[in-house]
Design a protein around this ligand. Structure first.
Ligand code: GTP
Length: 256
């Protein structure tokens, strides 16, 4: 909404010659401006068992730090970040989904609608969370997710070196079987912050090369009816993300 407003404002100045600077713009320049304003938006869902660190990973990426405190996600938390990928600004809309069945069941169909990429997360210290990856993949298939959209496997909590329960070979084999790249990282460890960025950068590069996608708007369903809001930094993130969709393009949605 904000982008088209801005584009048409500029247009009316050109057509109406009310702005001497704008009147000198030719149609190529207008097209360049439109391209800059109309950023492509991609919906990425982050799924996996409860407590594997989905909230912490998305928070680390969008807010640049490990959250002081997290609570179980109820429904979904939204975060958004813009990335410059080879000269094009892409907007990544991250859906940090609930791992607990009771907090996700009413939302599942929304998670999988118009998804452009999936990030599967397990906890390297919890073998169950890794074994359950097959079920998360099955859930994607059940919701008829396009098999060609980018999928990434992430083993989180690598800072807990004494408690490793899922070794890299095992995870790599699984990733290869399912044609996914594997990342092992830690949302907590500041030294691995670049590593977390690399996960999302990889997704963004894969998306950049995909064919143009329909814009996704968080307000395409009634978020307030479907998502249980709580007073937590994550939910302030949700509200901020919703409002950033309807206001300024340049606004950061980071609630930290
Ligand atoms: N040591 C360590 N702890 C982490 C890491 N990431 C998350 N945690 C902790 O793991 C717990 C769960 O993290 P969340 O990000 O809330 O997990 P989640 O997957 O979003 O959980 P649900 O919302 O229930 O689906 C919290 O206590 C975090 O502090 C990590 O990289 N290292």
């Amino acid at each position: 909404m904000a982008s088209s407003m801005r584009t048409s404002d500029r247009r009316s100045q050109v057509d109406g010659s009310t702005d001497p600077a704008a009147s000198s713009l030719d149609s190529d320049s207008v097209r360049v401006i439109e391209k800059q304003v109309q950023k492509r938006i991609f919906k990425i869902i982050v799924i996996g068992d409860s407590n594997v660190g989905k909230t912490c990973l998305t928070y680390r990426f969008c807010c640049g730090k490990f959250p002081d405190k997290t609570e179980a996600t109820i429904g979904v938390d939204f975060r958004e970040k813009q990335l410059d990928v080879d000269g094009e600004i892409l907007k990544l809309q991250l859906w940090d989904t609930a791992g607990q069945e009771r907090f996700r069941k009413s939302m599942v169909q929304h998670y999988y609608r118009n998804v452009h990429a999936v990030i599967f997360v397990y906890d390297i210290t919890k073998i169950n969370s890794f074994e359950n990856m097959s079920q998360w993949i099955e859930e994607c298939d059940k919701h008829s997710l396009n098999k060609h959209i980018p999928r990434i496997l992430v083993g989180n909590k690598c800072d807990m070196v004494d408690k490793v329960a899922v070794n890299t070979n095992m995870a790599q084999k699984f990733a290869d079987t399912h044609g996914m790249p594997l990342f092992e990282t830690s949302a907590k460890d500041d030294d691995k912050a670049n590593h977390v960025d690399a996960i999302f950068m990889t997704v963004a590069h894969k998306l950049k090369n995909a064919k143009p996608m329909m814009p996704v708007t968080i307000t395409s369903f009634n978020a307030r009816d479907s998502v249980h809001l709580r007073e937590s930094p994550q939910h302030r993130g949700l509200q901020s993300a919703v409002s950033s969709n309807s206001s300024s393009e340049e606004r950061s949605d980071c609630a930290c």
